[in-house]
Design a protein around this ligand. Structure first.
Ligand code: NDP
Length: 402
């Protein structure tokens, strides 16, 4: 039985704590630590009620402060740190794991607070140090990145000799009943979706204006939804790890209402990340906006509908063209009933728990820094079916990939 330290008590942290608590045989001891301890305590109380008195420990931590994390790790002595705080905390948490010799994992790649830019280079730079220390860092083990990366590895392993075209398609066909809210941390979400678009084609990155390219994509059991080409972090590692890919794109659905709000937010300067001075205090507009928007973990109760995320792949098998689609549809209401939060936090937290399980059971092992598609996808795919995110696959469909 192992010990895990979960950092971050938002929507995703809640789901990771719930799902780890369900598997006492693997996760013998759990500590949930975050900036606001009362949020950890509320989750611990809910788990205590839901799972027959299962106790998890809680602690207050500022994960930007390496010394604090090192002290907490030394006290609790976990086998693994699961980072589901914010991408800003990736590097200080990787530093703390390095100092204490503990395995690390996260669900989103590092981005500096002062530049709205995310890429793996900062975390890949830890490769040699993690190898020397004999520990493992698993990067990007949520749904996308995470499950989408495992789906791609599974497709390659079982259905293709060469992957040529990859479209990751991500629909949220749910409704939370609010005029405007984001499904995960608003600051990180708005930074991500207001960026310029980018996709991989014939060995290079092609940039677009934000939301310049769109099309209506049919999602299973949902129907057609307007989907926009955006840049998403798993594209960077997937084109590196599957170099036969000629094109790799990421599509996400946004409603007209969401995009209108986003335009207004940008036009009036509320998406800004530069501090402005207001009544003698420095305020970052986007952080202030986050404070007034609904918290993602509070959206669950009235959320209806489904998310649908999958990979559409074309390539070659035995010299012949092959097309393959693998996906999961997740019900916001089912997620809420099980964990008290909505489907986007659920679809991120479940794979994080499964990734942790893969490491703790030694099914995914190694020394250094890894993206999830570098490991054997089979045991992870098996757990998805058992742990609440069942997947479906079809060969030979029209994949709408023009
Ligand atoms: P939330 O904002 O709901 O939660 C973030 C939590 O981290 C909060 O509890 C917050 O504390 C805590 N936190 C922030 N800064 C610190 C710090 N310095 N020290 C300690 N704790 C801190 O975000 P989500 O739960 O929605 O998202 C969590 C992560 O999951 C993000 O990195 C996000 O990018 C990633 N994600 C990944 C997805 C994937 O599929 N791969 C999809 C969706 C999200 P406080 O409560 O005090 O604010």
């Amino acid at each position: 039985m192992s010990k895990v330290l979960i950092i971050g008590a938002g929507g995703v942290g809640r789901v990771v704590a719930y799902k780890c608590a369900q598997h006492r045989d693997v996760f013998g001891e759990i500590m949930l630590a975050s900036r606001t301890k009362k949020k950890c305590d509320a989750i611990a109380d809910a788990i205590h009620k839901a799972y027959g008195g299962r106790k998890i420990k809680t602690a207050k931590i500022d994960a930007d402060n390496v010394d604090q994390t090192v002290a907490l790790i030394r006290k609790f002595q976990p086998d693994l740190v699961i980072n589901v705080a914010l991408p800003y905390q990736d590097l200080p948490l990787m530093d703390a794991c390095l100092e204490t010799g503990v395995n690390y994992m996260d669900t989103a790649n590092y981005e500096p607070k002062e530049v709205a830019k995310f890429e793996y280079s900062w975390q890949w730079a830890y490769q040699e140090r993690y190898q020397k220390k004999g520990i493992l860092a698993l990067l990007g083990c949520g749904f996308d990145p995470g499950v989408t990366s495992v789906y791609t590895a599974y497709a390659k392993k079982h259905y293709f000799d060469e992957l040529h075209y990859l479209d990751i398609v991500d629909a949220n066909a749910g409704s939370h009943g609010k005029a405007f809210a984001t499904n995960f941390n608003p600051e990180i979400n708005i930074r991500e979706v207001t960026q310029r678009g980018k996709y991989w084609q014939n060995g290079q990155w092609v940039e677009t204006e934000p939301h310049e390219i769109w099309k209506d994509i049919n999602y299973p059991e949902i129907g057609p939804k307007r989907s926009y080409l955006i840049y998403h972090e798993e594209l960077e590692s997937l084109v590196k790890n599957f170099p036969t890919l000629k094109r790799a794109r990421f599509w996400m659905t946004f409603s007209e209402q969401y995009l209108t709000h986003l335009r207004v937010i940008q036009n009036i300067g509320m998406a800004g990340i530069e501090p402005i001075r207001y009544k003698g205090v420095d305020i970052v507009p986007l952080q202030f906006l986050k404070a007034v928007l609904p918290a993602p973990e509070e959206l669950g109760e009235n959320y209806t509908g489904f998310t649908s995320i999958g990979c559409r792949i074309k390539g070659l098998k035995g010299g012949k063209e092959q097309s393959y689609y693998v996906w999961n549809n997740c019900s916001h209401q089912d997620a809420y009933r099980e964990t008290g939060t909505q489907g986007v936090s659920y679809t991120t937290g479940v794979p994080a728990m499964i990734g942790a399980r893969m490491i703790l059971e030694g099914k995914w092992n190694g020394k250094g820094v890894f993206n999830v598609e570098e490991f054997n996808p089979d045991p992870f795919m098996e757990r998805l079916n058992l742990d609440g995110l069942p997947w479906h696959e079809k060969l030979g469909l029209d994949l709408e990939m023009d």
